[in-house]
Ligand binder design. Sequence first.
Ligand code: ADP
Ligand code: ASP
Ligand code: MG
Length: 400
Amino acid sequence: MKILIQKFGGTSVSTHEKRLNVVQKIANAKKLGYYPVVVVSAMGRKGQPYSTDTLLSLITEDFKDKNLLAVDLLMSCGEVISCIVMSNELNNQNIASVPLTGGQAGIITDDNYSNASVISTECDNIIRILKEDKVPIVAGFQGISEKGFITTLGRGGSDVTAALLGAALKAEEIEIYTDVDGIMTADPRIVSNASLIKEISYNEVFQFADQGAKVIHPRAVEIAMRANIPLVIKNTMNNCNGTIINSAGDQNSDNVITGITHMSDRVQITVEHDLNKNNSYYYELFDILAKNLISIDLINVFPKEKIFTIDKKDFNKFNKIINNLKINYSKVDSCSKIAIIGSRMRGIPGVMAKILKTLTKEGIEVLQTADSHTTIWCLVEDKNTQKSINALHREFCLSK
Ligand code: ADP
Ligand code: ASP
Ligand code: MG
């Protein structure tokens, strides 16, 4: 049985017209002799009636904080509605299908609500449905805990559902359908002439996804890589070949940089030794933050100061803890961590110099940098994000 996973994102299933394209993709797969297993996201984006964000706006923040189980139950409704509506569309075109919740599809998780980890994927129901020559339509982004409660897998988690099912069913391929032609050298909403990356390695795309490119969930990349199943990102609305993600990537490219992405809403924190030298908590700062589950990055430790960034959503918690401990600090609000990614930059001199020269020429202040073998990060103020990414994209000739 040649199984193909086809995952359709929120915008792909948001209107009847778009869903007809989805039906076409499923019918084509069947024509080619595949047994498609379909995964869907909640319909539409923020503001549209059944999207995850719209559902979340129905309840108050203090209720959310105290009722984690209820929040997951609410969020799961978007994907459940979506899989039933999609099943109806297929039925109208004489394609038999069965809508399934994540739990019915065998996604068993722990009970870490809103970001549950998957314990096992038990595909008996799906296999039974495939043997009846019907198409399983699985509600993405959700599972069921061992105690029987509905859980969700983290925002953007329908990609994770697709990868999990791909690995468990030993699928030939995992297709992720979305509203862009594939993975681009930068978010096309930021760089209008970003170009399509035709082939990319799991490792590089993981960097992209992990550093803020929303187009695919990093955990989905990891799962597909471990199972060695090719992932393909395609546009629901056309027949472009999309981006193929596999272990080799593009062996022929000679550009040291593959693409640029960013994470906004970072706050840069500086804690100076001289202002805190009589405070013993200064020396335990990182430990205190870890114990309070505040994650930090771009960490630079110098004899006279510690500099790092935190997510804006953690700032109030951070501020409360640090003020209680009477630690003095300064901050730069609203920063953006730009990631310049390329596995071929390893050992090539001058990449960082070129980045800094480009940003300086544009009058953009670089607040902090960090680098690894495959990525260089620059922290800039949020207001400079678009300008920085466009300048770097131009300088590294990423538009074709
Ligand atoms: P879906 O609902 O289909 O899962 P997402 O919104 O999660 O869609 O992901 C698709 C979006 O990712 C695109 O609309 C695009 O703006 C954004 N994106 C960010 N970075 C990139 C990139 N490098 N290449 C392509 N799309 C990107
Ligand atoms: N609907 C969920 C979200 O908006 C999951 C997904 O779209 O993948 O995060
Ligand atoms: Mg997505």
